[in-house]
Design a binder for this molecule. Structure first.
Ligand code: GUN
Ligand code: ZN
Length: 429
């Protein structure tokens, strides 16, 4: 644990920006300082006002770079690193032709460990310090994932996928084994260090009613666990779900029936929701997870960001690696902007940087610890270089404001724009 002072241009959000002119929504210190003690932020403000008690600490001067909270990804599949960029299919064919094939390899401890380690390396390169992750149906894939995350002191939320039908033999669990394995993983990892468990029924198509019932039992038995699943991503998926669950009013009703809705429930995609489903999402304070690169790559559709946020639905932003095509949340935000443009909404850069940090932390009910630069929160921090490439440098010459700079960072930036990543005060990049 490195006690230290970081100096740089410090930016953190206080609230959801209502417009580009909403300067109350964030704090910005042109010559700022962050004092880090025991892996936590102890103080932040103007460097000139740094209290004397920190005088003995080493200072790392990142000026003129920007220091922000570590970025947060609210939906990704670590076992799909080997799937990104698989050509020519939409959701159900993509799962069958590419994804399930790769996921079967995770019954092996060595392979799971290797990919978990590579996944965290990639996150650090991209300044992502928290991610909400699907494993495979194999319990050992999650043991490997959590062990590696714990060793790096990362705040991670993850779970073993539950899938007892409509998948290859090697990937299917049973309702009972899925329950037992999840239960054992919860006992071993949930609440250990900075780790949290998400009960993870893959989606309605791959779960029998008995399995969904037992997933609901797991949630009742672990009230502070998360729930993650996929919802209303693709038209054929929606029709298939309706045929499998003829008694359900709609897709979300399948999940509602088993008690899945709530503040800690994350529903990936939510592209084709009906009015009733949207109202139920809002009333239950469930989170709709916007995965722009995935939705474009699989041709799934355009997430209605403006409409759903106007209705008061909680929204988070995510990569959905490996249907999603980038580990970078900057690139993800850039694609979110384009999806919103196609829906005639201009997602402004304050809003997208809010989403990647405090917004996603709030969606995970973790804003007391991550997504912000406040005393008492974990020192998960990144340093951004707005002139990391010559293309960025040329464009930055014409930048006339902080918001312009942020928009350049998301539009032209990627892992090259992340010059440092700190996790609980330790520098990993
Ligand atoms: N629906 C069920 N499984 C998956 C998955 O792995 N990726 C995406 N994008 N959608 C899914
Ligand atoms: Zn997904």
């Amino acid at each position: 644990m490195t006690d230290q002072v970081l100096r740089g241009r410090v930016l953190t959000f206080f609230d959801h920006p209502t417009s580009l002119a909403d300067t109350d929504s964030f704090g910005y210190w042109e010559d700022g300082a962050i004092a880090v003690l025991g892996g936590k932020i102890d103080w932040r403000g103007h460097f000139s006002e740094l209290p004397e008690r920190y005088n003995a600490l080493p200072v790392t001067d990142h000026r003129p770079r920007l220091i922000l909270p570590g970025l947060i990804d609210t939906h990704a599949h670590f076992a799909q690193m080997g799937v990104i960029g698989s050509y020519g299919a939409q959701l159900l064919d993509w799962l069958e032709q590419y994804t399930f094939v790769q996921e079967t390899r995770f019954d092996c401890d060595d392979h799971s460990g290797l990919i978990a380690s590579s996944y965290f390396d990639e996150l650090i390169l991209n300044g992502v310090t928290t991610s909400v992750v699907y494993g495979t149906s194999h319990k050992n894939s999650m043991d490997a994932f959590f062990a590696e995350a714990d060793q790096r002191q990362l705040c991670m939320i993850a779970g073993k996928t539950l899938m007892d039908r409509n998948a290859p033999d090697d990937l299917r669990d049973t309702a009972q084994s899925g329950y037992d394995d999840s239960k054992a993983l919860i006992e071993r990892w949930h609440g250990k260090g900075r780790l949290k468990y998400a009960v993870t029924p893959r989606f309605a198509i791959s779960c029998s009613e008995a399995q969904l019932e037992l997933a609901g039992t797991l949630l009742k038995e672990t009230p502070d666990a998360y729930l993650q699943t996929h919802l209303s991503e693709n038209q054929i998926e929606i029709e298939t779900t309706a045929a499998l669950f003829p008694a359900a009013r709609d897709y979300l009703d399948v999940y509602e029936h088993y008690g899945f809705l709530g503040e800690k429930s994350l529903f990936g995609h939510c592209i084709h929701l009906t009015e009733r489903e949207r109202a139920a999402m809002k009333d239950s304070r469930s989170v709709a997870v916007f995965c722009p690169t995935s939705n474009l790559f699989l041709g799934s559709g355009l997430f209605d960001y403006a409409g759903m946020s106007d209705e008061g639905i909680r929204i988070s932003l995510a990569s959905d690696v490996g249907a999603g095509t980038s580990y970078s949340m900057l690139t993800t935000a850039s694609e979110a902007y384009k999806v919103c443009q196609l829906n005639h909404y201009g997602l402004n850069p304050l809003e997208s940087f809010y989403l990647m940090t405090l917004g996603n932390a709030r969606a995970l009910s973790l804003d007391h610890d991550i997504g912000t630069i406040e005393a008492g929160t974990s020192a998960d921090l990144i340093v951004l270089n707005s002139i990391a490439t010559s293309a960025m440098n040329i464009r930055m010459e014409a930048a006339d404001s902080l918001t312009d700079e942020l928009f350049i960072l998301q539009t032209l930036g990627d892992d090259r724009a992340i010059s440092a990543t700190y996790v609980a005060g330790n520098r990993f990049k």
